[in-house]
Design a protein around this ligand. Structure first.
Ligand SMILES: Nc1ncnc2c1ncn2[C@@H]1O[C@H](COP(=O)(O)OP(=O)(O)O)[C@@H](O)[C@H]1O
Ligand SMILES: [Mg+2]
Length: 232
């Protein structure tokens, strides 16, 4: 198992498109790279729904350890608690169990030589973030925000937290969730020094997640992410 780059995609704000953008970028990059997604949103996993994963994972025993074989869809390797919980059954767990579940999803999945592992983060700045930033050796963080003062305020909290852990921030993505408006606003964070990776406009193919189609905004964004990584 080797993973070249681990990139967490997050924001303290819910509903800004973290899961949709993670899935879309992974879908595009999976055409030329070996890509995986870890769904760290334990209370609200979505990746298995976006990719219509209904099968249950198999496990392999290795040196007395039980390892989850990632489920592969669209050439992407997935690990998620969504595979293991029954639909409509919430994970009603306190922080320590949430943290150990995230660590288990990462360390006990038999990832098969990945160029990129994307971690789809939940909202908040709590246990999931502490676990991913502290206990998993991630390389980079990408912030997702919409151009709205509530989202911007929450995103700034995320940024402060990520920087506290000395994690490299590749930049932010502006997700324009409002249909029939175009946005390429680069000044969301005004004076704050954070690299702008690109925007994603509202797209019905993202809204109804179509795994056979990648919007142009996502292609441009993925290229920018790749070029930013290569500059480091
Ligand atoms: N660019 C977009 N175009 C259309 N719908 C979007 C876009 N980004 C997100 N959505 C929709 O907005 C909602 C929230 O997105 P989601 O990815 O679940 O956000 P988060 O993971 O941050 O909670 C979902 O219904 C999703 O389909
Ligand atoms: Mg999500």
């Amino acid at each position: 198992m080797s993973i070249k780059k681990i990139i967490a995609i997050g924001s303290a704000k819910g509903g800004v498109g973290k899961s949709s953008i993670t899935a879309s970028v992974a879908l595009h990059l999976s055409k030329n790279y070996s890509v995986g997604i870890l769904d760290a949103d334990i209370y609200g996993p979505n990746q298995h729904l976006l990719f219509d994963i209904i099968e249950k994972p198999s496990f392999t025993k290795s040196n007395e350890r039980k390892l989850l074989n990632p489920i592969i869809k669209k050439n992407i390797q997935f690990s998620s608690v969504g595979f293991l919980l029954e639909e409509e059954k919430p994970a009603m767990w306190r922080g320590p169990i949430l943290s150990s579940t995230i660590k288990q999803l990462f360390y006990s999945t038999q990832w098969n030589d990945l160029d990129f592992l994307f971690i789809d983060m939940p909202p908040g700045t709590g246990d999931a973030y502490l676990t991913v930033l502290k206990d998993i050796n991630i390389d980079d963080f990408i912030l997702v925000t919409s151009n709205n003062k509530l989202s911007i305020s929450d995103s700034l909290k995320t940024l402060t937290m990520v920087k506290k852990f000395n994690i490299n921030v590749l930049g932010y993505i502006a997700n324009n969730l409002i249909p029939n408006t175009q946005s390429n606003n680069k000044n969301i964070f005004n004076s704050k020094k954070i690299n702008y990776l690109g925007y994603v406009n509202f797209d019905s193919k993202i809204y109804n997640f179509d795994t056979n189609y990648v919007p142009d905004d996502i292609i441009a964004l993925s290229q920018k992410i790749l070029s930013t990584i290569n500059k480091i």
